[in-house]
Design a protein around this ligand. Structure first.
Ligand SMILES: NC(=O)c1ccc[n+]([C@@H]2O[C@H](COP(=O)([O-])OP(=O)(O)OC[C@H]3O[C@@H](n4cnc5c(N)ncnc54)[C@H](OP(=O)(O)O)[C@@H]3O)[C@@H](O)[C@H]2O)c1
Length: 254
């Protein structure tokens, strides 16, 4: 990646960093010199990302974490502080969804989506912010989606959860700005990952999707990284409460 702000004094936590967009963000932060803690439930995936960072000369730590468990959120923060001495950057990237109509979504499906996407974002941000306050500041970046801005079928509770994360971003930004904790969001358009595979794996659906994206293609995970690095950089020092959409013009075309 050509854009490479100096993050060599920083420690970053990336949730859902074992694959997809989170993996690309973890590797991007490490290339900028940050020490990176990669967190998700699948040990093999996060260990592989941490190994890749260490093989390239960086510092990384993998922490198995189920973000729906508040004690594991606390353990992630404590483990990061014990390993690297603090937390300067938190990327709340992990999320889940179910691809089905609202009429068929079960109550426990709603709970899994909101617990992972909204409640964990709040609990982890709050726990990290307590560390950042002691250190004199920090950056929190929440990964949302273009779906936070408009209705649509099959992922209604997921989109509702991400709209909640957008509002949470603004509220945390408002309360924590005086502590020099800047909170922003990055909203990808449709990105080619495991998460969205049920959608883009069908060539006809992919063709229809791409026809509505002005830049004429889906995003790749690497496309999302630059906006996150910018929001972690000194250049973004007076930006808080914002969402940057990385969507090839999708929302402009709605
Ligand atoms: N792909 C897209 O088209 C797209 C578009 C817009 C926004 N986004 C957003 O981008 C972010 C990353 O998505 P992606 O496409 O990269 O998805 P992905 O490849 O499916 O990765 C999701 C990550 O979240 C982790 N995760 C899920 N539940 C978890 C839990 N309870 N505890 C800890 N980790 C958990 C998963 O790891 P484990 O299963 O190992 O825990 C995985 O590493 C999400 O916030 C998503 O909403 C994606």
């Amino acid at each position: 990646m050509s854009y490479s702000p100096d993050l060599s004094e920083k420690t970053a936590v990336v949730t859902g960093g074992g694959k997809g967009i989170g993996k690309a963000i973890a590797l991007g932060l490490a290339q900028c010199g940050a020490k990176v803690v990669v967190a998700a439930r699948t040990a093999g995936e996060i260990e592989a990302v941490a190994d890749q960072i260490r093989s390239a000369g960086g510092q990384a730590h993998a922490k198995v974490t189920d973000l729906t468990q508040s004690d594991q959120i606390e353990a992630l923060v404590q483990d990061t502080v014990n390993t690297f001495g603090g937390i300067n950057i938190l990327v709340n990237n992990a999320a889940r969804s179910f691809f089905r109509p609202l009429i068929d979504l079960r109550e426990d499906g709603f709970d899994k989506i909101f617990d992972t996407n909204v409640k964990a974002t709040f609990l982890l941000s709050r726990a990290a912010a307590k560390i950042m306050m002691q250190q004199g500041g920090g950056r929190i970046i929440n990964i949302t989606t273009v779906g936070a801005e408009r209705g649509g079928p099959m992922m209604g509770i997921y989109h509702s959860s991400k709209a909640a994360v957008k509002m949470l971003t603004m509220c945390m930004a408002t309360e924590w700005a005086s502590m020099n904790i800047l909170v922003n969001a990055v909203g990808p358009g449709m990105t080619r990952t495991h998460f969205s595979q049920p959608i883009w794996a069908n060539p006809e659906i992919e063709r229809q999707l791409v026809s509505r994206i002005p830049q004429g293609r889906l995003a790749e995970p690497q496309d999302i990284v630059g906006a996150v690095l910018f929001l972690c950089s000194d250049a973004a020092g007076f930006i808080t409460g914002q969402t940057i959409y990385v969507d090839g013009g999708t929302l402009a075309n709605s």
